[in-house]
Ligand binder design. Sequence first.
Ligand code: SIN
Length: 327
Amino acid sequence: MRIRLLTAAALSAMVMAGAAVAEPIVIKFSHVVAENTPKGQMANKFKELVAERLAGKVEVEVYPNSQLFGDNKVLEAMLLGDVQIAAPSLSKFDRYTKSLQLFDLPFLFNDIDAVDRFQQSDAGQELLGAIKKKGLVGLGYLHNGMKQLSSSQPLRVPADAKDLKFRIMTSDVLAAQFEAVDAMPLKKPFSEVFTLLQTKAIDGQENTWSNIYSKKFYEVQPYITESNHGVLDYMVVTSTEFWMDLPDDIRSEVKKALDEAIALGNKVALDKSVADKQQIIDSNRSEVINLTAAERAQWVEVMKPVWKKFEEEIGQELIDAAYNSNN
Ligand code: SIN
């Protein structure tokens, strides 16, 4: 009887102790692209590293394909504590800061190496703090790649885009870029692009090889012009409140895992910009148009005046620093 009583006491002590065991911190990572993209693979790698190194303390849940939030809602949700990490395209921060509009200026960067040099420079790193006043913190940049133009009609020179409707991300610079070629820009969420193209509600869009391939845009767009006219990269963000509330040791382990996952994502981005383009060519669903130097020069001439319009909001010094990363 005594033994039974002791066992019951021990059990109840164990239950009490169990109740005191801390629940793991849950990090919801929401994004809008497919899992086999640079961002999708980066998010999954981050989850894997955290599971390995912070088991029982932190748990990452990844929600791809706009399952949890679209990019237009995710930052609001983050400020409300409904999601902890996201990596929206740099074109989707218009409501939070004007400085990041820099990345949308057409023909600013020659290639992704120049983008990378700028992002790693002092000026680029400082931009990670551009959304601080809004309660958000940039934890790093992630590449996707240079953008191409897809369309229902062949686009060789700017005049070919006249009066066509193009889906754009929520960026005033991108709107001005398409207005510069007398086209009609429409700000729409990424999750709607395929249907808009398929139903011919729009004529075209701009995106990276990886997004065009993974979301099957090439199946409903007969032409893709290899324009490399702009960059589509991401800022990995969290809310300052969530980030600063993490215990110091956990915060530094989470950041380390993020940095490693970003490095993997950047490698995937480089590989996919070649491999996904080739998959599209091999599919024979879409013709890839290579511009001659003279044709490309026409796009540059018509689109580059957009810089002037946004020079005051972005800052001339920042534009110069970014442009100089081409050398
Ligand atoms: C993304 O790559 O996250 C989406 C880009 C887009 O909205 O076009």
